[in-house]
Ligand binder design. Structure first.
Ligand code: ATP
Ligand code: MG
Length: 453
């Protein structure tokens, strides 16, 4: 929804514009005087303000300065039947976005407002891109042949073209950010900003200022007004990463943006309207957080319109091979062109490993292997898998503090095997990996007897 303020003594311009705008997309507000325009603008951030003056005089000029000082995001445009070049120059110097010379058609005014709003959006985007590394996400760069990944692809194709909020869940390194980017860049919003915010990286008050911006003087150190990430993402997508780490106050504000598409900057009274698609991700179990009261239930249901679950790599081992090929090709091209493939024992290592760091870890392992590799094939010695990070392998039997006699363990295991197999010696032997002849010998040695005989 766009908000346009018309500052005029009569309703002529408003009536003209009402005929050509779509009221579901644009709201027109009227202020009859300059002072009421000032006070209206404390409540709503206007995208554009048209100031109708019979003559551009010093009062109009001062109003421009004062209004833009308080509302630097608004496209201010004087409208007047009497325009001289020096008026236009003065207005532009004060920060006006355009100067409209009457008579003019309503259609032309609407076109000029749209152009100004678009150029502001582009400026925001350029500001934003200057601070980030643009990275293009394509469906083709998502590798996966396993059943869970096929499900993800089919969901992606359905959800990307819509505006639906998406919640992506998965362990670290499973591709949450990649999927979020692919949704944005395959949506109608692709040409607008994709803004990423890591909710776990900042303490709550800083996170709120990052997300919603702040007014000058909102807190100690707020020397200037700051436009938040939600505003930067207007018409685009915001990716809220690690959403499970957000505090209660931020959760409440995000909920409001999702419901009403509105918020205020910290320390501000103006309501800001945005059109932002939200994609959230977490590696935490939100249901557990919800049950312990750390995550709002209403927010969970708002976010959870479409859920994409990314399985850990160890649960989709068919993807390891294609991923290895994909990363090998990528890093060979970047680092060492001679490397062509992974040797059979090397591949076996990769396929059997449990990948606690998932695809990011696999990617790093391949990058290192390509660096280390001297020939055309990656050998096991080029592959560094950290077993320290692996969960402790469950011991089959654990030695008690004060030790144990091996014969007792052997006896116990044979009894257990016999009980489990209904005392069929042949089957019990199989369970323990020994021949029927050996088990028979040991049963006699340990004097094991079936209790009910
Ligand atoms: N299916 C995939 N195909 C190709 N590359 C992938 C795939 N999944 C993940 N990657 C790559 O693995 C790396 C980690 O992915 P990403 O950053 O999206 O994971 P994440 O789930 O956001 O991790 P974290 O929870 O640690 O933030 C990235 O370089 C990404 O490009
Ligand atoms: Mg991530």
């Amino acid at each position: 929804m766009k908000h346009i303020l018309i500052v005029s003594k009569d309703t002529v311009l408003k009536e003209q514009l009402t005929r050509v705008i779509d009221p579901t997309k644009t709201q027109l507000d009227m202020a009859e005087s300059l002072s009421s325009a000032m006070s209206l603008s404390t409540e709503m951030q206007y995208d554009a303000a048209l100031v109708v003056v019979n003559r551009y005089d010093s009062r109009a000029a001062e109003f421009l300065t004062e209004f833009l000082d308080q509302n630097p995001q608004t496209m201010l445009m004087p409208v007047s039947p009497n325009v001289a070049v020096e008026h236009v120059l003065d207005a532009m110097r004060r920060g006006a976005a355009d100067f409209i010379h009457q008579p003019v058609t309503a259609e032309e005014i609407v076109t000029r407002i749209s152009k100004c709003i678009e150029s502001r959006r582009m400026k925001r985007e350029i500001d934003f891109l200057r601070h980030t590394q643009p990275h293009i996400y394509r469906f083709d760069d998502i590798v996966g042949v396993s059943a869970p990944m096929k499900k993800v692809f089919s969901l992606l194709r359905k959800v990307a073209p819509t505006d639906a909020t998406v919640l992506i869940m998965g362990e670290t390194g499973t591709g949450k950010e990649l999927i979020a980017g692919a949704i944005h860049f395959n949506s109608p919003r692709a040409k607008n900003s994709f803004v990423k915010v890591n909710c776990a990286a900042l303490p709550e008050n800083l996170l709120e200022s990052e997300l919603f911006g702040h007014e000058k003087g909102a807190f100690t150190g707020a020397h200037r007004q700051r436009v938040g990430r939600f505003e930067q993402a207007d018409a685009g997508t915001i990716f809220l990463d690690e959403i499970g780490d957000m505090g209660a106050s931020t959760q409440a504000k995000i909920l409001r943006v999702l419901q009403e598409h509105q918020f205020e900057r910290l320390g501000g009274t103006q309501t800001i309207d945005v059109d932002v698609r939200v994609i959230a991700a977490t590696n935490k179990d939100l249901t557990t957080l919800m049950n312990s009261g750390q995550f709002r239930e209403d927010l969970f249901y708002r976010l959870n319109v479409v859920t994409i679950e990314l399985a850990p790599l160890r649960e989709r081992r068919e993807d390891i091979g294609p991923l290895v090929t994909f990363f090998l090709k990528k890093y060979a091209a970047q680092i060492n062109n001679r490397v062509e493939s992974v040797s059979t024992p090397g591949m076996k290592m990769l396929e059997e490993y449990h990948w606690p760091g998932n695809i990011r870890q696999l990617q790093n392992v391949i990058e290192r292997a390509v660096i280390m590799c001297e020939g055309t094939k990656v050998l096991p010695e080029h592959i560094a898998l950290y077993d320290k990070a692996s969960p402790k392998k469950k011991e089959i039997v654990e030695i008690p503090e004060d030790g144990v006699k091996l014969v007792d363990v052997e006896r116990q295991l044979i009894v257990q095997a016999l009980e489990r197999t209904g005392w069929v010696q042949k089957n019990a032997a199989k369970l323990l990996g020994m021949s029927p002849r050996v088990i028979n010998y040991k049963i006699r040695k340990h004097r094991i007897k079936r209790p009910d005989l």
